[in-house]
Design a protein around this ligand. Structure first.
Ligand SMILES: Nc1ncnc2c1ncn2[C@@H]1O[C@H](COP(=O)(O)OP(=O)(O)OP(=O)(O)O)[C@@H](O)[C@H]1O
Length: 258
């Protein structure tokens, strides 16, 4: 199994009003290519901060993050931006779609950005074709020309997934990808993420939803800036049904103090 993400003694400290706030304390974990991991834990335990620091969105204070054999702390801001553009995809709440562009234009934008650099030989029409294919797969091709304000929450989240996948990332990071959705839309988005994962993309998500986490391979439980526990559920096959996995997860979460 190929390691895609190796996190060693990761610490993140914020200074707030001259006092030190240790948000992540000595985090260690490894993800292999093709894994689908979820991060759970109480509010304020550091889940989003963990996602931001391991994905290079935020600088770490101490420790090491090795992503696809690259030590993030040794890269310049520009080099990190390149890794993020070409090798990572993001579904983060604060990465809003641009309101003055259509759904389609929002999706192709980072594709066009990626081909400006070296080493990406795709043409604009390759990007357009890929966007088209992704939007068809995710069932939103009919809203391609719509303004962002005109689409439902579920459609918008699926558009965010298309945008995150436009440069065929090795790994996808998602912060509460189903958090703002009704249960039908959440189910559909989760089906898409499972499918993308089956096709080979490694995924790490933060979620409060047991139904969502039960469909992932592995659950990390955070408390007070530490990973307190890890539950291996194994790959989810839809035929097996999610109920028994939810039961196992709920039981384990209770033991973690959830
Ligand atoms: N930029 C920042 N500056 C200072 N403190 C921060 C900053 N970002 C996060 N924190 C603090 O770090 C702690 C962890 O926040 P984080 O958002 O990672 O938690 P979380 O587990 O994702 O919470 P939630 O489930 O509520 O989203 C919180 O106490 C938060 O106030």
């Amino acid at each position: 199994m190929t390691t895609i993400l190796e996190v060693t003694n990761l610490c993140k400290t914020y200074i707030v009003n001259k006092s030190q706030h240790n948000v992540l304390r000595n985090i260690n974990f490894t993800l292999h290519e093709g894994e689908f991991v979820s991060v759970m834990g109480p509010s304020g335990s550091g889940k989003s901060t963990l996602l931001y620091t391991v994905s290079g969105m935020d600088r770490l204070t101490a420790g090491e993050v090795l992503f696809n054999r690259k030590q993030l702390s040794q890269l310049s801001q520009n080099e990190i931006a390149e890794v993020r553009l070409h090798e990572m995809g993001f579904i983060f709440q604060q990465m809003y779609m641009l309101g003055n562009l259509s759904v389609y234009d929002n999706i192709i934008l980072s594709g066009y950005q990626a081909i400006k650099g070296k080493g990406d030989n795709r043409s604009r029409s390759d990007i357009n074709e890929h966007a088209d294919k992704l939007m068809r797969k995710l069932g939103i091709i009919e809203i391609a020309g719509h303004d962002i304000a005109e689409v439902s929450g579920g459609q918008l989240q699926r558009a965010c997934i298309c945008r995150a996948l436009i440069n065929a990332p090795r790994m996808l990071f998602a912060d509460e990808p189903t958090g703002a959705l009704n249960s039908k839309a959440a189910k559909e988005v989760m089906e898409e993420l499972c499918r993308i994962n089956r096709e080979g993309t490694t995924i790490m998500i933060v979620t409060h939803d047991v139904k969502v986490a039960a469909q992932t391979d592995k659950v990390l439980y955070m408390v007070d800036g530490n990973i307190q526990g890890e539950l291996k559920l194994g790959k989810f096959a839809e035929a097996e049904g999610v109920r028994e996995r939810e039961r196992r997860l709920n039981e384990w979460l209770m033991g973690q103090g959830w």
